[in-house]
Every structure is written in structure tokens, then in C-alpha cells.
Design a protein around this ligand. Structure first.
Ligand code: AMP
Length: 363
């Protein structure tokens, strides 16, 4: 199966060729035709399955088509005001994931003439407002900042044709439900809605029922099951020995790109600090670091000689590191879902990876 057979248009095929994707992943094969037909879709999909392209590609195509139909509402409105209006809204739990989606849209849409921008909290709003003023077709946003800017009159959602909720389970976990309700109320009822979630707890099912119309269901991997290409192992190590075990382990694998998970922010800093003391290049990332600091860390991690990255779960959400060889759980995660998310960082889109978990007696 190739992308041509999914009836994607030339500008999209061109950008796919440029990024070197030769065939659609299973979730892309399943999702793209339904979204192109205008159907609502609810997808149970982890990161690493190619779900971003699964919703981004057909959405770009639909927006190109509707912009070219001068008799449709959206096309007319754009002509009359002479300005682009937001025709697709993509909601994400974290700024990192939002930025990632924005990047994917820019890549996949580079020959479409469509414009997107990303808004999230934790940074000054000025440049975001400026980008909105200049007019965008697609807006990627975290819920809090979006509501802020709606309140200030900088964002209008009344022309939205496609609403996408990404990592819906995480948005609920982070307490965004009321914000989401307010945002969905701003979007026209006559729309296409796509919802993706790594897990499908009952709350997500009931929201899907409320917000989606007869959705087509895609399931890229069963709920809370782990990607097949990750080899998983556990080391029984007492807490006081974890740091030295980690050092020895990292000395053994040397050049491999490695992500270490810590349960707490302070823990992440401490682990990175001690690795440095042991002569291993390491950096940490977590929610207490400023946005610019986090971006610098991500850039460093994506270089040819990356330091070991020590992260908390929230900070790692949505980060797209495609060639991680090892994920190490320094602390045992609290739930199967978190474990699945963590080790899903490795073995993305067909590559193989290894997950190693340190487990102490009390865990
Ligand atoms: P996602 O699940 O959307 O976070 O995507 C995971 C990774 O897979 C990203 O690095 C994408 O660039 C990559 N990817 C997505 N679709 C394909 C494809 N059809 N072929 C190869 N890589 C892909």
C-alpha cells in the first residue's frame, strides 16, 4: 500500500516524498480514507504509530478542497473579509505536543499554501497574537491559552470545520475537562470531529458519544498494550543502588540514544546531576524549566551525539524523538498506561528499541 492509493492530493504526496515516508502506517491506512470522506473518527492510538499524519494529512486535504469551493460558507467568508479564518482547531494537552503537531503540519502542508500557528501558555502571548492577526487556516492550541485568547477576542472559532482532540486521555488527566467543554461550545455544531487517545477509559468514550457523530473507530494497538518491537526487561535493584546501576548500565551501552524516566522533577535533576558527576553527559527536562530551556534541551537531545536525557512523564509527552534506542524507567510507573507511554518513546514507526525498568523491593 502506498500514499497514492489513499487518494491524497499532489501537494501532500510531494511533501511525503520529501520527508521520505514510503508507505502509510496501519493507523494512517485506516484513518485517512474516512477522514477524507468527512466522517468523524475516534482513534485509540499511542504516539509513535504515525497518528499525527493520520489526522493531519486528510485535514490539510479537506481544507484545501473547501478553500477552493467559493460557494461554500468558509470560502465566501474568506473572500469577503480578505483574510484567512481558522477552519481547523487542534487541541493538545502540552505545549511540546502542540509544537510537534505544528511542525508536522508545516512539513506535510509545505506545498498546500495553508498556514498554521501554535499557541500555548508559559510564554508571552504577543507573538502568538501577531501570528493570529496575520490569519491562519489551522490553529494548534493547549486549552488554557486558547481560552485566554478567546476571552480577549483574539481567536474566533465560528468558522471551524474540523475539530481535532489529540491525547484526549491526557487532557482529562490534566484537569482540562471544563476548559474543553467551553472550547467545544465555541465551535460550530456542524463540523467534523476527530478524537485520539492513547487509552479509552469510560470518560473518553462518553465524551466521544457527546461530541462525535457516528464516529468510525480505529484502534492502532489494543488498550494499554505495549508496542511489539520494544524488548522489555526488569532489573530488581534497591533504591540506594539505582543510581550506581544506572551509571554502570549507561557505561555499557555508551553511544546509544537514551531516555531515563524519573517520577519527580527533583528526582530528574538529581539523577542527571549524579550522572554528570560520574562522567556521563546528561541533561534533564521537566515542567519547572522555562519553555526556551526545554526547547534547548530538546535540540541538544536531537543532535548526533545526544547526552542522556532524564525526563518526567509530563515533560516527555508529545516529544518526538524518533531514534531512541533505550528507555530506562528509573522509577516504576504508577499505572500501565504511563508505562506504555514511556516505552512508546522507543521503537517508533517500525524501529526497534529496548525498555529497561529498575524495580526496588518497595515498588
Ligand atoms: P506520531 O505517532 O504521529 O508521533 O509519529 C511517530 C513518528 O513516525 C514520527 O517521527 C513521524 O515522523 C514518523 N512517521 C509517521 N508516519 C510515517 C510513515 N508513514 N513512514 C515513516 N515514518 C512515519
Amino acid at each position: 500500500m502506498n500514499f497514492e492509493s489513499l487518494s491524497l492530493s499532489k501537494p501532500l504526496l510531494r511533501s511525503l516524498e520529501a520527508v521520505g515516508y514510503s508507505e502509510p502506517t496501519p493507523i494512517q491506512q485506516e484513518t485517512i480514507p474516512h477522514v477524507l470522506k468527512g466522517r468523524d473518527v475516534v482513534g485509540c492510538a499511542q504516539t509513535g504509530t504515525g497518528k499525527t499524519a493520520a489526522f493531519a494529512l486528510p485535514t490539510l486535504q479537506r481544507l484545501m478542497e473547501s478553500a477552493n469551493r467559493p460557494t461554500t460558507g468558509a470560502g465566501q467568508r474568506r473572500k469577503r473579509s480578505g483574510r484567512r479564518v481558522i477552519r481547523s482547531l487542534i487541541l493538545s494537552p502540552t505545549r511540546e505536543l502542540a509544537a510537534q503537531i505544528g511542525q508536522s503540519l508545516a512539513t506535510y502542508g509545505s506545498f498546500t499554501g495553508l498556514r498554521n500557528t501554535v499557541i500555548y501558555g508559559g510564554v508571552k502571548q504577543h507573538s502568538q497574537v501577531k501570528a493570529l492577526r496575520s490569519g491562519v487556516d489551522i490553529l494548534v492550541a493547549t486549552p488554557g491559552r486558547l481560552l485566554d485568547l478567546i476571552g480577549q477576542g483574539h481567536v474566533h472559532l465560528d468558522h471551524v470545520e474540523v475539530l481535532i482532540l489529540d491525547e484526549a486521555d491526557q487532557m482529562l488527566d490534566m484537569g482540562f475537562i471544563l476548559d474543553l467543554r467551553k472550547i467545544v461550545a465555541e465551535v460550530p455544531g456542524e463540523r467534523q470531529t476527530l478524537m485520539f487517545s492513547a487509552t479509552m477509559p469510560p470518560e473518553i468514550r462518553s465524551l466521544a458519544k457527546e461530541w462525535l457523530r457516528r464516529p468510525y473507530e480505529v484502534q492502532s494497538t489494543p488498550v494499554a498494550s505495549t508496542p511489539k518491537l520494544v524488548s522489555q526487561s526488569v532489573y530488581f535493584v534497591e533504591r540506594q543502588n539505582k543510581q550506581s546501576t544506572l551509571t554502570r548500565f549507561l557505561q555499557g551501552i555508551k553511544t546509544a540514544k537514551t531516555l531515563v524516566f524519573s517520577r519527580t522533577k527533583r528526582g530528574a535533576d538529581k539523577i542527571a546531576h549524579r550522572l554528570q558527576r560520574d562522567g556521563i553527559r546528561a541533561i534533564s527536562i521537566h515542567g519547572d524549566k522555562s519553555q526556551s530551556k526545554r526547547q534547548a534541551v530538546i535540540r541538544q537531545f536531537n543532535t548526533a551525539r545526544p547526552p542522556v536525557l532524564v525526563a518526567t512523564d509530563l515533560a516527555s509527552r508529545g516529544l518526538d524523538f524518533s531514534d531512541i534506542s533505550y528507555v530506562i524507567n528509573y522509577d516504576l510507573p504508577n499505572t500501565p498506561e504511563i508505562y506504555v507511554h514511556r516505552i512508546g518513546r522507543t521503537a517508533r514507526a517500525g524501529a526497534t528499541g529496548q525498555a529497561v525498568t529498575f524495580c526496588s523491593g518497595d515498588e
